[in-house]
Design a protein around this ligand. Structure first.
Ligand code: SF4
Length: 401
């Protein structure tokens, strides 16, 4: 039986670094990556795909995700080369969900048409805000009009599944302004929305911007934005399927992001490119392996060409560690946690070790216990880190927050 895993490709180039960004990406300037950097990246991707195909065979993939960075900055020709390379080495399912993250100012009609022709069938558009002043504060290289235009171009190119990424809790933003942004986003009729609270990551320019920090809404205001925003999206027919993610409920169609759902369920993922993280269960070995590619284009290229792809930052994950991670990820999703499955894999019965806490969580409306399934309510999601800590999982919070 062939190995099954979702595939991930990290595209490391952006036009400029956003003020809040802590992801690995390189500021490549307005016209995107220089031909030399792009070809080094593409050559190394080919070599990494060869290495992993040798190791795992023609992995059967139900989904593929191009993340970044800004994958839409790769351009049609490079995307075609990567798609051909992946299809040649791996068994991408005929109905695979293929997502590409795009920024409004690099999602040109011709790129979008090419992406569709190459089989990309889901677009995740990095809109972040529909307020030009906020976009400027965030250091985004597009404005609200470009975001709307990119959405229209994506529809015209044939994308029937478009997600918008938005951020709330921006400097100077009120709950009313956030709800207004959501209404404007809904007017575009997207299939999916990802709504993240702004986090100020150490080392980013935002962390050094005292004026912006002073204008950030406090915790209570952020909580109000989360709760009222979630209610508004539920009323508009969206399923709140993970703390930050909402999919339109559509008859006969599951519009949740397959790649993310797969990661949250702890399924295997095979990643390519700098900063990509992989988790693979090797047949015949109990522990799954996880490795993180270097967060440097140069180091990653060197590693791949020395035949060491997948060797850096490698760790074996014991079944117990996987069960603990699984608990944390499950509690953040609407699917919730199967207490039976957790007891089987971790050898730890939460209904015995934390019986009082489970009763208390239900009593105060933070969780529901439906049979053997524990689910956080909307209010519970808001304090999910505290709940997960109370269940005894401090390390997981530190690793995943
Ligand atoms: S576009 Fe995304 S990855 Fe690039 S700098 Fe901005 S937030 Fe970071």
């Amino acid at each position: 039986m062939s190995t099954r895993a979702t595939l991930y490709v990290h595209a490391p180039f952006c036009r400029a670094k956003c003020q809040y960004c802590a992801f690995y990406s390189l500021a490549a300037g307005p016209s995107g990556p220089q031909p030399h950097s792009l070809s080094r990246y593409l050559d190394a991707l080919d070599a990494e795909m060869d290495r992993q195909a040798e190791r795992y065979g023609p992995v059967s993939a139900p989904s593929l995700f191009f993340g970044g960075g800004t994958p839409s900055l790769l351009g049609g020709e490079a995307l075609a080369r990567v798609m051909v390379g992946l299809r040649r080495r791996f068994d991408l399912a005929p109905d695979a969900e293929i997502t590409l993250e795009a920024n409004p100012d690099s999602a040109s009609p011709s790129f979008l048409r090419t992406a569709r022709e190459l089989g990309v069938n889901r677009l995740s558009l990095g809109v972040q805000s529909l307020d030009d002043a906020a976009l400027k504060t965030l250091g985004r290289t597009h404005d609200a009009a470009q975001a709307r235009l990119a959405f229209a171009h994506a529809r015209a190119a044939g994308f029937a599944n478009i997600g918008l990424d938005l951020i709330f809790g921006l400097p100077g933003q009120s709950a009313a302004a956030w709800l207004d942004t959501l209404r404007q986003a809904l007017a575009l009729e997207p299939e999916h929305l990802s709504c993240y609270g702004l986090t100020v990551e150490p080392g980013t320019p935002l962390a050094e911007n005292a004026d912006a920090l002073a204008a950030c809404p406090d915790e209570d205001s952020q909580a109000e934005m989360f709760l009222r925003g979630s209610e508004l999206l539920a009323a508009a027919g969206f399923e709140h399927y993970e703390i930050s993610n909402f999919a339109r409920v559509s008859a006969g169609q599951d519009l949740r992001c397959r790649h993310n759902v797969s990661c949250w369920r702890g399924e295997d993922v095979l990643g390519f490119g700098p900063a990509a993280v992989s988790t693979m269960t090797e047949s015949g070995f109990a522990p799954a392996l996880r490795w993180a590619n270097p967060q440097s284009l140069e180091e990653w290229v060197e590693l791949v060409h020395s035949g060491q792809s997948g060797q850096a930052g490698r760790e074996a994950l014991s079944p117990e560690v996987r069960a603990r991670e699984g608990l944390m990820l499950a509690l953040r999703s609407a699917e919730g946690l199967s207490l039976d499955a957790y007891a089987r894999s971790a050898g730890r019965e939460l209904r015995e070790t934390h019986a009082g806490l489970l009763v208390q969580l239900s009593a105060v409306g933070l969780a529901t216990l439906d049979g053997e399934r524990l689910r956080l309510t909307r209010a519970g999601m808001l304090v999910s880190n505290s709940v997960i800590r109370a269940l005894g999982f401090e390390d997981e919070i530190n690793n995943y927050s």
